[in-house]
Write a protein that binds this ligand. Structure first.
Ligand SMILES: Nc1ncnc2c1ncn2[C@@H]1O[C@H](COP(=O)(O)OP(=O)(O)OP(=O)(O)O)[C@@H](O)[C@H]1O
Length: 236
């Protein structure tokens, strides 16, 4: 089932087009990695999928079964956010905000969802710790638990391993892979880590203003554009 279809989608800031004529579809269960150089428009596309930015051309079609409030989002982390003075539980619970709507408090059901995702991500022992005192890897686990409060279907992850040491990065990749393979959660991940992209992803979207690639990881590895990019990243 197609969850998201992008038809001839372009994005611009004022009159400056940053992504041109993008066509791809994400099926339920896919693990899509969005790769490309700095400034190629990866985060802009994620904002488009979250309906935080409208395309200047083309259509983004969401399946009727997918409400935009049911997408779990793990944003790129700014240093200031890493210093957030709240407990692990409070940060995870804030992932249920969309379910509250205009209600100014959480119900037991939302508290139960937060606790469930704290346990799922192995955070029970640090539930009452302050978020800013955690390691980078623990913080990303907390933010993944937060994103999971919003969804059982689709996670959008913007450079989730940025700044993590190799062990913490491997651990997070494994968690994300398990969510995809075992729990059938569809993944769309922006990544600069081409090695892990080709190891875990089912599909690759490579964006650059005038060159685009969308296909399976196998097709990407066999394509000229993939070969060229991987050589420049010292992968082959
Ligand atoms: N709010 C904005 N206003 C104007 N231009 C912007 C804005 N946000 C991004 N841009 C520009 O759009 C282009 C794409 O930016 P974007 O952040 O989407 O790229 P990216 O591929 O995610 O980059 P990176 O890999 O560095 O995170 C860049 O040239 C950037 O300067």
């Amino acid at each position: 089932m197609k969850l998201i279809t992008c038809e001839d989608v372009s994005f611009a800031y004022e009159n400056n087009t940053v992504i041109r004529d993008l066509n791809f579809a994400v099926n339920s269960g896919d693990y899509l990695c969005v790769i490309g150089e700095n400034g190629s428009g990866k985060s802009t596309l994620i904002k488009g999928l979250l309906k935080l930015k409208a395309p200047c051309k083309g259509n983004i079609i969401m399946d009727i079964s997918l409400k935009s409030t049911e997408i779990g989002y793990l944003p790129q982390q700014a240093d200031i956010q890493k210093d957030f003075p709240a407990s692990v539980y409070e940060v995870v619970l804030s992932g249920c905000l969309n379910q509250c709507g205009i209600r100014p408090f959480y119900k037991n059901r939302e508290r139960a969802i937060a606790n469930e995702n704290i346990n799922r991500m192995g955070l029970k022992n640090i539930k009452n710790h302050c978020f800013r005192d955690l390691s980078g890897g623990q913080q990303q686990r907390v933010l993944l638990a937060r994103a999971l409060c919003a969804t059982k279907k689709l996670l959008l992850l913007d450079e989730p391993v940025a700044g993590l040491d190799p062990v913490a990065a491997k651990d997070l990749y494994q968690l994300i892979n398990d969510l995809n393979k075992d729990e059938k959660i569809t993944i769309i991940m922006v990544s600069h880590d081409i090695h892990s992209a080709v190891e875990f992803a089912s599909h690759i979207l490579y964006i650059k203003e005038e060159h685009l690639f969308y296909g399976t990881t196998k097709e990407y590895l066999n394509s000229d554009i993939g070969d060229d990019f991987l050589r420049r990243m010292d992968y082959v």
